[in-house]
Design a protein around this ligand. Structure first.
Ligand SMILES: Nc1ncnc2c1ncn2[C@@H]1O[C@H](COP(=O)(O)OP(=O)(O)OP(=O)(O)O)[C@@H](O)[C@H]1O
Ligand SMILES: [Mg+2]
Length: 385
């Protein structure tokens, strides 16, 4: 069995002053009215597992209003069977203006990249309603999805992405200086080399992933949506082999624009149902299902690459689905190593599903256990509640 999260504590995180959530393996349902803290709780789990918020790059937003720091802690059971197994304690502390502190069993984490790529003991796959922009939105939204997935797999990828972005920024500055007559074109070659070297690392990472990911996406669409043949098609602004040359060929145009026009920061992928682009032609429901299918594919991909099931954090996923699909998802979550799902309405779940799930009720930033069935009893007997 794979790792799962046993408990989470939030201090000054969003609307939580100080709250603790006990979680079970399998399905955990977070229920509450609007604006009580459901999304914030899922965000906190992801924040603690990866060291960053999945919703905002702006850490100060997560600090409870009027407070000067936020801290979250988690107990992770590594390869346990639910009652035993080695436990890891991880924590993320953040005070605006200071460096974020990540710790694993009391010792500072090696790096954010390392912590985010499994260093915390669990990987997560998140779904927030706004993620529909991966399908519907701009190429940058789709690239971000790929990059986040690959960064959660390997620290080297996230470092390459960050360094590549920096190198492109510096090349752009140089392009403007050349355009304005402050530098000569000869200086460009050095930056081209650097950009190609880092960009190739990014491209190689993506190239390895998109094939299998596309297969898994096709399978997920078949189960979620229908027999339509679904695929993702990566489009290169420059392929790996032609990269250096494409960049050279773009010198003139790039200098005029002051901008780097080829490389992985300009790539995109198409999300296709039956050959039709869901970005351009998808209905709201198709776009939502395609987004879900991408997340399922991400989960399977991580599972295949690491041998471990990531924890699923799905926010308000049931609300726009029909009954049959809700039933399918309930089963999917029950069978996963661990899933934390939020909803405003428990009626989206069958009685027998509720019997087997842990239920957490959220009200004004307070968490209470509302488990009714066997899962709660069993957990209490095991002493995890
Ligand atoms: N930094 C913060 N400090 C304090 N409160 C915050 C902070 N950030 C967000 N909030 C508040 O937390 C409350 C709960 O937000 P959250 O998004 O978790 O609600 P929710 O339970 O998911 O509701 P919904 O069902 O509408 O999605 C909101 O009223 C929001 O304004
Ligand atoms: Mg919400």
């Amino acid at each position: 069995m794979s790792a799962f999260i046993r408990a989470l504590r939030l201090v000054n995180f969003r609307n939580y002053a100080d709250a603790t959530a006990i979680l079970s393996p399998g399905l955990n349902i977070v229920v509450g009215d609007n604006a009580q803290g459901k999304t914030n709780l899922l965000e906190a789990i992801s924040f603690t597992a990866t060291g960053s918020s999945p919703r905002t790059p702006n850490d100060p937003e997560a600090v409870r209003w009027g407070q000067d720091f936020a801290r979250t802690e988690m107990r992770v059971v590594l390869d346990g069977d639910g009652s035993e197994g080695e436990e890891r304690k991880v924590a993320v502390g953040y005070a605006p203006g200071q460096k974020k502190r990540l710790s694993v069993d009391g010792a500072p984490a090696q790096s954010l990249a390392h912590y985010a790529a499994g260093g915390a003991g669990v990987r997560v796959v998140t779904f927030f309603p706004d993620d529909i922009r991966i399908v519907k939105g701009a190429p940058s939204d789709r690239r971000e999805f790929l990059d986040a997935l690959l960064s959660s797999l390997r620290p080297a990828y996230s470092r390459a992405i960050a360094e590549y972005a920096k190198a492109v920024g510096q090349r752009n500055q140089l392009l403007r200086r050349i355009r304005d007559g402050f530098s000569s074109e000869k200086t460009l070659a050095t930056w081209d080399r650097k950009v190609v070297q880092l960009g190739s690392e990014v491209l190689r990472g993506r190239e390895r992933a998109v094939g299998p990911l596309g297969e898994l996406f096709g399978e997920a669409v078949r189960t979620l949506y229908g027999p339509e043949k679904a695929a993702i098609a990566y489009s290169y602004s420059a392929t790996l082999e032609g990269y250096a040359e494409a960049l050279r060929e773009a010198h003139r145009a790039d200098t005029e624009r002051g901008n780097t026009s080829v490389g992985p920061h300009r790539d995109d992928f198409a999300v296709l149902f039956g050959g039709v682009s869901m970005t351009t032609y998808g209905s709201q429901g198709q776009q939502r299902l395609a987004t879900l299918a991408l997340k399922f594919a991400a989960r399977e991909y991580l599972r295949g690459e690491t041998g471990r099931d990531p924890v699923l954090l799905f926010d308000d996923v049931m609300s726009e689905l029909d009954e049959e699909r809700r039933g399918y998802l309930s089963g999917y979550f029950l069978q996963s190593t661990q899933a934390v799902i939020s909803t405003t309405n428990l009626e989206y779940f069958d009685e027998e599903v509720l019997e087997r799930a842990r239920v957490l009720r959220i009200s004004g930033g307070a968490i209470s256990d509302a488990t009714r069935g066997g899962a709660g009893r069993a957990a209490r007997e095991r002493g995890t509640a």
